[in-house]
Design a binder for this molecule. Structure first.
Ligand SMILES: Cc1cc2nc3c(=O)[nH]c(=O)nc-3n(C[C@H](O)[C@H](O)[C@H](O)COP(=O)(O)O)c2cc1C
Length: 336
């Protein structure tokens, strides 16, 4: 258990605790996964998958697979949006506020070509002026907290990131989630945590560090070496959705938690999505969850071949019948 992780922190006057966040992950931090993680607890905020700002004002939560939530999670749920146009982003933020979310997050980290070509995501890191104007417009449009999740930038030095952080904070950002990797790097090289320190020192607002925090020891080390205010967890939370409770509340996972978790995730996906979508999302998630097991790769492949939910469920049942050997730490080769 990490003792000080439970200390409160204010974001635009709104108190959160613990200082552990579920990082946004497309296709993965959907309403079902968030319900699963919420059943264990121990996090301060959760982020949705990224949502298109253009689509969002007309989005119907009953139909949209990304802009969908449960009422009880709204007080700790941040909706992440991507887009390039200030007015469009401001309109989306207004919708998010009117639905009662904790806050709105602006994506300045996604370096997928389809997003960057529109001038959105990490493309904004090339144009600090435009990025700051966008933050200012969103800030003006809503009263809820406005955060920005961003990366180091397109060159691997901390200077431009720290400078950008200063401009975005001046434009009205209330918090940052900072992932210290260059934009085109899709997690092939380790993140440079020292860049988190540079960003933290440049601003007076809360900075949450992010990137390859896989153990309590990593979490403590990130906070102590960078001075960041808290930590956002991505893939480790997919593999072990109880990780927040374990690190912040001293929750001790029992031996059968893996089996129960694998079944519960399928059940929750079925509750929130129609079968084809539920199965697709389960297959995506199981890759990360399977990293917990010595022969996880074969397990994930078998689930990946399931033709329907019943077959996926049977595959999971069969796997746990064999009392599968577990890894102390998830196998990073499956953490794509
Ligand atoms: C499959 C996947 C999807 C992701 N989607 C998003 C996203 O939609 N928005 C975003 O800001 N970051 C996204 N990220 C980046 C994560 O939020 C996080 O920065 C990254 O995984 C590093 O943290 P970790 O080492 O704790 O996983 C994604 C990462 C993964 C693995």
């Amino acid at each position: 258990m990490i003792p000080y992780i439970d200390r409160c922190i204010d974001i635009k006057g709104r108190r959160i605790s613990p200082r552990l966040l579920l990082a946004p992950m497309a296709g993965l931090t959907n309403v079902a996964f968030r319900e699963l993680a919420a059943e264990y607890g121990g996090f301060g905020l959760m982020f949705t998958e990224m949502c298109s700002a253009k689509a969002l004002p007309a989005e119907n939560p009953r139909v949209s697979s990304v802009f969908r939530w449960r009422g009880p999670e709204l007080p700790y749920l941040v909706c992440q949006i991507f887009g390039a146009d200030r007015a469009v982003m401001a309109r989306a933020a207004k919708r998010i506020e009117s639905e009662g979310f904790f806050g709105v997050d602006i994506n300045m980290g996604c370096s997928v070509a389809a997003i960057c070509k529109q001038g959105a995501g990490a493309a904004l890191l090339r144009e600090p002026g435009r990025a700051a104007e966008l933050v200012a417009e969103v800030r003006q449009a809503v009263a809820i907290p406005v955060s920005v999740k961003f990366r180091t930038g397109w060159s691997d030095s901390p200077g431009p990131a720290a400078e950008l952080a200063g401009r975005l904070a001046e434009a009205g950002a209330d918090a940052f989630v900072f992932h210290p990797r260059v934009a085109p790097d899709r997690r092939s090289r380790p993140p440079k945590w020292s860049h988190i320190q540079a960003v933290k020192e440049a601003v007076g607002i809360p900075v949450f560090g992010n990137g390859e925090v896989f153990s309590e020891h990593d979490c403590v080390r990130m906070i102590e070496t960078t001075g960041c205010d808290g930590v956002a967890i991505g893939r480790m939370a997919l593999a072990r959705p109880w990780i927040f409770a374990q690190w912040a509340r001293g929750f001790e996972p029992g031996g059968d938690i893996y089996q129960k978790c694998a079944h519960r995730m399928l059940e929750l996906l079925e509750k929130h999505f129609e079968p084809i979508n539920a199965l697709r999302r389960y297959k995506k998630w199981i890759g990360y969850f399977a990293a917990n097991f010595t022969y996880g790769h074969g397990f994930a492949s078998r689930v990946g071949r399931a033709a329907d939910i019943a077959e996926a469920r049977k595959t999971v049942e069969n796997f746990f019948c064999t009392d599968p050997a577990r890894n102390t730490f998830p196998n990073m080769n499956l953490f794509i």
